[in-house]
Design a protein around this ligand. Structure first.
Ligand code: FAD
Ligand code: DLZ
Ligand code: SF4
Length: 507
């Protein structure tokens, strides 16, 4: 049977289910650079360049492995600009008897795929994506009948299922989670590791020129470009992380430093999500470092939890709750996204640092995304849809399946507590404790209200007061509301006045 395989830009894995199910002797692989994918949100220039270059390299690798690959470039004059349009043209060229594809990461693309069979009069097999440990159906089974879908319980099942960091039936070290040990503020250190850098080759240089020409108005700096674009390059980045950063990954997971954009983070999410690294293989390598005595348990467990816990869990939530999930707005927040999310022009040093590095690197680490830009958007009541589209556009690792639950659920509590048990709201004190941002800020973190006070301080109490009806009943916020209740009326009024003045000026 002549199969036409469609490989998407985040399916760049030689063992992806569609490739495993076809015969290289007779099948044709279709890969296409399409303007719709680059612009349905206006992705960061570096993200587009990363994916196009990684796609071109992957097509070459497939050819060398004996596959016939039909690769459509963005600047092909006949390029229709969409997956469906490119499939239609490819069907005319190759006259296949069947279309084979691995399920996509986004609901939008899945909906388009589901229309292909009727449209083209051909069987379309949409195969499961077994690069994930938990299938969509298995997650739905796990969620069925549960009152609360807590990550921690899901994670324990994934530990048992994968056998990672298990000691028989028990968790290695006697505890499932060593997070309590992973909250140290970092100090600038001469030996802070940097992520591995790759040199752009000829293929990448051509893509950089194309992106500069075709997407000049998109957010973000294209160069310097140092991302790996092949499986070998991503493997080198993984080896570099294991050797240089993993041992301290746990300790400083929540820390932020203005001159250290990556700290001990892996900067591997873009490779894992695009398919250049296999997540389970990455976890096994991390476990091996622990077993060999080269990484402590809190680092290995913390890292593995992010992948087989959070990463799998948010994907499960996404497919369980789409398409409604992206419309969630528990607090009815409707403030437009401030310009400084694009320009970084703000006196708030923490936000400036996070946005500047996002613009330059298409990367910010988790605590910057959650506790700086995310926390600000939560406290200021920014429209969740605008925030969601920002996160989806600006990070090299962003695809809706992983971005939307992190943004709408974890950072904004827009799903009303499906994903998190309470909002991750924090005042300037938290940012000051975990970072060195406040020293270089136009605002004073110690001042609570009035001129020059850190905006996070008044916004924090204003957020709680504004949303009291929705949040007071939350048992995890009881103590905080008791503190608010004990506050003198004029102090409460000061907070609210300061927040109102700040929000007014935001317009
Ligand atoms: P590390 O800190 O080194 O973590 C190791 C790996 O664990 C990551 O590479 C990633 O694969 C995985 N991981 C860690 N945290 C999460 C998480 N919460 N959810 C899923 N996987 C996780 N991650 C994305 O991959 N794409 C996104 O679009 C994305 N959007 C986010 C938006 C917001 C508002 C927040 C708060 C988090 C978001 N995350 C997203 C999760 C997390 O911030 C990134 O995975 C992480 O910063 C990537 O950097 P790293 O590879 O250095 O991660
Ligand atoms: C993100 C992205 C971009 C920018 N461009 C392409 C592309 O031109 N061709 C392609 O196959 N995939 C691209 N992608 C990744 C897709 O958006 C991703 O595969 C879907 O959103 C499903 O997760
Ligand atoms: Fe951010 Fe406030 Fe610290 Fe400034 S003082 S860096 S606004 S937390």
């Amino acid at each position: 049977m002549r199969d036409l395989l469609v490989i998407l830009g985040d399916q760049l894995s030689p063992a992806v289910s569609s490739l495993r199910s076809a015969d290289p002797g007779s099948a044709v692989v279709l890969m296409a650079e399409v303007v719709e994918e680059a612009t349905y949100v206006r992705h960061h220039k570096k993200k587009i360049a990363f994916l196009f270059s990684a796609m071109r390299h992957f097509a070459e690798a497939l050819r060398q492995a004996g596959w016939e690959v039909d690769y459509v470039r963005l600047d092909d004059p006949d390029n229709s600009g969409s997956f469906t349009g490119e499939l239609e043209r490819a069907i005319a060229r190759h006259e296949p008897e069947r279309i084979l594809v691995t399920e996509p990461g986004e609901w939008r693309v899945q909906a388009a795929m589901e229309g292909w069979s009727a449209r083209f009069g051909l069987p379309v097999d949409i195969l499961g994506d077994d690069r994930f440990l938990c299938s969509r159906a298995d997650f739905a089974d796990w969620a069925e009948g549960r009152k609360q879908l807590r990550m921690e319980f899901f994670y324990r099942e994934m530990r048992r299922k994968s056998g990672l960091l298990m000691d028989g039936d028990d968790p290695e070290g006697g505890r499932w989670n060593f997070d309590a040990e992973n909250r140290k503020p970092a100090k600038t250190d001469l030996f802070m590791p940097k992520p591995a850098h790759s040199e752009p080759d000829e293929i990448t240089r051509a893509v950089l020129d194309l992106v500069a020409e075709r997407f000049p108005d998109h957010f973000g700096d294209l160069e310097p470009f140092w991302f790996a674009v092949t499986a070998e390059g991503a493997e080198a980045a993984l080896a570099h992380f294991l050797e240089n950063a993993l041992p301290s990954f746990g300790d400083y997971q929540d820390a932020m430093l203005v001159d250290e954009r990556f700290l001990y983070h892996s900067v591997l999410s873009l490779y894992i999500n695009a398919g250049l690294l296999n997540p389970m293989e990455v976890c096994r390598r991390v476990e091996a470092e622990y077993r060999a005595g080269r990484a402590p348990l809190n680092a290995a467990e913390g890292f593995i939890r992010q992948i087989i816990g959070w990463r799998e869990y948010v994907r499960g939530i996404y497919w369980l709750k789409m398409p409604d999930y992206v419309g969630e707005n528990f607090f009815g927040a409707d403030r437009p996204l401030p310009d400084f999310y694009w320009t970084a022009e703000t006196g708030m040093a923490c936000v400036r640092a996070a946005v500047t590095q996002t613009k330059e690197e298409a990367y910010a680490h988790h605590i910057q995304r959650l506790m700086v830009t995310g926390n600000f958007a939560l406290l200021a009541g920014i429209d969740p849809k605008a925030v969601h589209e920002w996160y989806l556009a600006v990070y090299a690792d962003a695809y809706e399946w992983v971005e939307a639950p992190n943004t709408l659920g974890m950072a904004l509590f827009a799903d009303g507590g499906l994903l998190g048990s309470k909002p991750y709201a924090a005042s300037g004190n938290y940012i000051n404790k975990m970072s060195d941002y406040c020293g270089g800020c136009a605002y004073d973190v110690k001042r609570k209200t009035g001129e020059g006070a850190c905006p996070f301080n008044a916004l924090y109490w204003d957020f709680l007061a504004r949303n009291e009806e929705k949040l007071r009943g939350n048992p995890r916020l009881g103590q905080i509301y008791r503190t608010w209740d004990r506050m003198a009326d004029d102090k409460q009024a000061d907070y609210r006045k300061s927040a109102a003045a700040f929000l007014q000026a935001l317009r």
